[in-house]
Design a protein. Structure first.
Length: 154
C-alpha cells in the first residue's frame, strides 16, 4: 500500500513538474544568500509495466487509467494463480481457497479505500485505490503461485 501511495505522489510530482517547466525560470538573487536547494534527483527508470505507463501519462485521467489497468492485470493474475492451485488441492483445500477468495475481495476493497482516504474526493483517489488494489492482489497472487510451486516440487 505504501508503494501505491508513493507511486501516486511521484506521478503527481511529474505532472506538476511538467506544468512548472512551462513557466519562465526565476531570476537569480542579486545578493548571495543561503545555499540554493539542490534539484530533486531524477526518478529511476520504470521497473515494471505500471511504472512505464505512469511515466508516459500526462494527465490525472491517464494516471488513473494506468492504475485501473494494473488492477485488472493483477485480478487476472490472481484468477490464474487460484485456478492453478485449485487444480492440485483436495476438496477440503478447495473449500478453504474458495472461502479465502470470497473474503479477500471485500477486505481488499475496504483496505484500499482506507489507503485512498488521504486523497478522498480528489482526482488522485482512483489512482491511489487502483495501485493499492494491484499491490494487494499481486501480493496474494504471488503467495498462491509459490504455494503451487511448493506443492509441485514435493
Amino acid at each position: 500500500m505504501r508503494r501505491s501511495f508513493l507511486l501516486a505522489l511521484s506521478a503527481l510530482s511529474l505532472t506538476l513538474a511538467g506544468a512548472a517547466s512551462a513557466a519562465p525560470p526565476p531570476e537569480p538573487p542579486s545578493s548571495p544568500g543561503p545555499a540554493a536547494t539542490p534539484a530533486p534527483a531524477p526518478l529511476p527508470a520504470p521497473v515494471d509495466e505500471i511504472d512505464a505507463c505512469l511515466s508516459k501519462a500526462d494527465t490525472q485521467a491517464a494516471m488513473n487509467d494506468c492504475a485501473k489497468r494494473a488492477a485488472d492485470k493483477a485480478d487476472a493474475r490472481l484468477r490464474e494463480a487460484a485456478k492453478g492451485l485449485r487444480a492440485v488441492l483436495d476438496d477440503a483445500g478447495k473449500e478453504r481457497l474458495d472461502r479465502a477468495v470470497k473474503a479477500f475481495v471485500p477486505w481488499r476493497t475496504a483496505a484500499c479505500e482506507v489507503d485512498g482516504d488521504v486523497v478522498r474526493g480528489g482526482s488522485m483517489e482512483p489512482l491511489v485505490i487502483g495501485m493499492c488494489h494491484a499491490d494487494l492482489t499481486n501480493f496474494w497472487a504471488e503467495g498462491l503461485e509459490q504455494q503451487l510451486k511448493d506443492r509441485q516440487s514435493h
